[in-house]
Ligand binder design. Structure first.
Ligand code: F6P
Length: 328
């Protein structure tokens, strides 16, 4: 392993996700295992610009493997988008003797890391942390599994009240421009229809499906809607539209919102975080840079950051078919 790396910095950036703490813990402890120093950088790139650093040892990450959020805090830094901001951040890292950086975040955070690497030749390694699962080069991002379980748990509860009142519920879930949360949680929670950005169902088909559902004897229904869906109406406008066209339905809307980002990480996310953290640090020590560490076919795999940013994480189209069959 390369002897040139003596100190690694770790930060969390962008929207937080369950499992980020477990990843911080893994990075810090892997550094300790290899006898190198670790610096925690607070508030993502903003803390890098402001020199908000703290030395971290194996005991500074006690009791966080089970905690949601991120002990290092997170931010979306506008200053880091400027050359001056990145220059200041680089000066701070050099002054603190930090030789390489592990960035835990989503594609926006990786874009920042790649630019930083290009400008200063500074070693960076990405760990995908976002509930959206919208990163190319990994089948799972940190927090996705936990978010799915949170959403399914919420919809199970909604189903109780939907069923008691014979109602249709429109449940909006997060995911930005991706439908992974909606599609997977929708199947897991037994949704009647799932609206995702990758496949525009269209208003006519939605109405037809709901008509069929009523005719087939279903008394209550759940429609899961990804926040980025392309149907052309927000969830409240969609409620009005369905009520106008299918007055037999009594409809309520539930927007799950940020609760999807919180909570204790699932076992899957904790194990994934631990594996990704080990690989990120050891890859840096092997002299690698500008990669994202992900998981593909249950094996930890490196993808160039550029590909991770530019590539598209496709939805599994087979899931659409499965969903259709399940709602017969
Ligand atoms: O990227 C994670 C995410 O939770 C998206 O699903 C959502 O669109 C966005 O962040 C919300 O961002 P904010 O927390 O800034 O409102």
């Amino acid at each position: 392993m390369s002897k040139t790396i003596k100190k690694i910095g770790v930060l969390t950036s962008g929207g937080d996700s369950p499992g980020m703490n477990a990843a911080i813990r893994s990075v810090v402890r892997t550094c300790a295992y290899h006898d190198i120093e670790c610096i925690g950088i607070y508030r993502g790139y903003q803390g890098m610009i402001e020199g908000d650093f703290k030395e971290m040892g194996p005991r500074s990450v006690n009791n966080i493997v089970n905690k949601g959020g991120t002990i290092l805090k997170s931010a979306r830094s506008k200053d880091f988008m400027t050359v001056e901001g990145r220059k200041k951040a680089h000066e701070n890292l050099v002054a603190a003797g930090v030789d390489a950086l592990v960035v835990i975040g989503g594609d926006g955070s990786f874009t920042g890391a790649e630019v930083f690497n290009n400008e200063f030749g500074y070693p960076v390694m990405g760990i995908p942390g976002t509930i959206d699962n919208d990163i190319f080069g990994t089948s799972h991002t940190l927090g996705f599994d936990t978010a799915l379980n949170t959403v399914v748990d919420c919809i199970d509860k909604i189903r109780d009240t939907a069923s008691s009142h014979n109602r249709l519920f429109l449940v909006e879930v997060m995911g930005r421009d991706a439908g992974h949360i909606a599609l997977n949680a929708g199947i897991g929670a037994g949704a009647e229809e799932i609206l995702i950005p990758e496949e525009d169902l269209g208003l006519d088909r939605l109405l037809e499906s709901l008509r069929r559902s009523k005719a087939s004897g279903k008394s209550s229904s759940i429609v899961v809607i990804a926040e980025g869906d392309k149907i052309g109406k927000n969830v409240f406008e969609l409620k009005d539209y369905i009520e106008e066209n299918l007055p037999e339905y009594d409809i309520r809307v539930s927007v799950l919102g940020h609760m999807q980002r919180g909570g204790s990480p699932s076992c899957f996310d904790r194990v994934l975080a631990s594996r990704l953290g080990v690989k990120a640090v050891e890859s840096i020590l092997e002299g690698k840079s500008n990669f994202m560490v992900g998981i593909l076919n249950d094996k930890i795999a490196l993808t160039p950051l550029e590909q991770a940013i530019k590539g598209h994480s496709e939805i599994d189209r087979e899931l659409l078919r499965v969903s259709d069959i399940m709602t017969i």
